[in-house]
Design a protein. Structure first.
Length: 403
């Protein structure tokens, strides 16, 4: 095979070349021998004017060129891999002197402040409706309207029965005279003549007729999985969906019995939704009882939600600030390591790390307070990929994404 060799523009073998220099095919020793054999076999077919001396001179030049290129390749400078220092990558973060906040944290589910089921009180055929998922409606809007003809007839029938019963009652009272009315006999005659039942039936018929129109009791958003169409028959009590007002929402949190005594109504509470956005509300109620099985009590938080980013059924993280504490420096919890039963940190000095034993003043799940004479706000501490490094070791520093 023919091997590629980088050769400069003058035809010299030079391992130090620039990008502008080009590649040329370098024959190997075997290639030169094959080439010479081919030409040697062809010498006898050349013209008699070619002499043996010229042929030997030609082979001599080829041999010298091949030897020089091979020697140049052997003399190429190769790096000493043992002398290369490989530095471990370590992630660092700059520490500060901010106060350490202590929170009571829990998880809860968002609820709408107002919610009703859209459920008809009567059965019938739908004449008009606006029950569509996600539709915003105003108070008083007609959600569902039934065909009212049947219920109007029932009302008229009940009214006629009422008039008949009232007529019989009036006749009876005239026959009895004023003395019967003064003795309280009128109530008994209302029952015996059927007037009392007729009045109830008429009121019921009027009420049923009013149920043919189902209106929104408050402004809100419709939530439904039903596909409702005009002309459909709907039975009494069928759930067509729900109407929710989520301008304000509430969240119930379970809090440990050891922590609930630190809370009171009116204190602010932060709610962190699944996207990481924080919403501020307040505690509006604290349960007076503790569940003896779970050893927790319940608090209720309420938060404005006019942007409607908090959805009913959504799980959120809640935290209430109960106290703050300060010290010389505040550092990420990840900076702390434990070796031989003692806590320590790695401080960056140029490209070298220093091993320092520390005793935390206080800590949370995220931060640690430390008061040490050799650690100051603004120092850079290792927070990741630092588990196997040692004192005064040189490293390749990488800054944390939070910086």
């Amino acid at each position: 095979m023919m091997k590629k060799k980088r050769i400069d523009a003058r035809g010299n073998c030079d391992p130090c070349f620039s990008k502008e220099e080009y590649y040329r095919i370098e024959p190997t020793r075997q290639d030169y021998f094959a080439f010479a054999s081919t030409w040697w076999g062809g010498l006898f077919s050349l013209s008699k004017r070619v002499t043996l001396g010229k042929v030997l001179l030609f082979l001599f030049v080829i041999g010298i060129s091949a030897t020089g290129c091979i020697n140049d390749r052997k003399n190429e400078i190769r790096p000493d891999l043992e002398s290369i220092e490989i530095l471990p990558e370590v992630v660092f973060s700059v520490i500060d002197d901010q106060p350490l906040d202590f929170y009571i944290e829990s998880r809860g589910v968002v609820e709408a402040v107002q919610k009703i089921q859209i459920t008809p009180r009567i059965s019938g055929f739908v004449e008009a409706q606006i029950v569509k998922d996600g539709l915003e409606v105003n108070k008083g809007d007609v959600l569902v309207q039934f065909n009212a003809k049947e219920w109007e007839l029932q009302k008229e029938e009940a009214y006629n029965q009422y008039l008949k019963a009232k007529s019989e009652f009036d006749v009876e009272m005239r026959l009895r005279g004023e003395e019967a009315a003064q003795n309280g006999e009128g109530a008994g005659f209302r029952i015996s003549t059927g007037l009392a039942d007729a009045e109830l039936a008429y009121e019921r018929a009027k009420l049923n007729l009013s149920y043919t129109i189902l209106k929104a009791p408050f402004s809100g958003i419709i939530s439904t999985k039903e596909v409702l169409t005009n002309g459909a028959y709907i039975s009494t009590g069928k759930e067509l969906g729900s109407l929710l007002n989520i301008d304000k929402v509430r969240v119930r949190f379970d809090v440990l019995e050891s922590e609930i005594t630190s809370l009171s109504t009116g204190v602010p509470i932060d709610l962190i939704d699944p996207s990481g956005e924080t919403h501020t509300g307040e505690v509006i109620a604290i349960s007076p009882e503790i569940d003896h099985k779970t050893k927790t009590g319940q608090i209720i938080a309420e938060v404005d939600n006019t942007a409607e980013k908090l959805k009913p059924g959504m799980t959120v993280e809640g935290r209430v600030l109960v106290r703050s504490k300060t010290s010389k420096v505040r550092m990420p919890r990840e900076a702390l390591l434990e070796r031989d039963g003692r806590t320590l940190i790695f401080k960056l000095n140029n490209t070298e790390v220093e091993w320092i034993y520390v005793s935390p003043v206080d800590m949370t799940t995220e931060w640690v307070l430390v008061d040490h004479p050799d650690i100051f706000p603004g120092d850079t501490l290792a927070v990741d990929k630092h588990f196997s490094i040692s004192h005064q070791q040189r490293v390749l520093p990488l800054m944390s994404n939070s910086q």
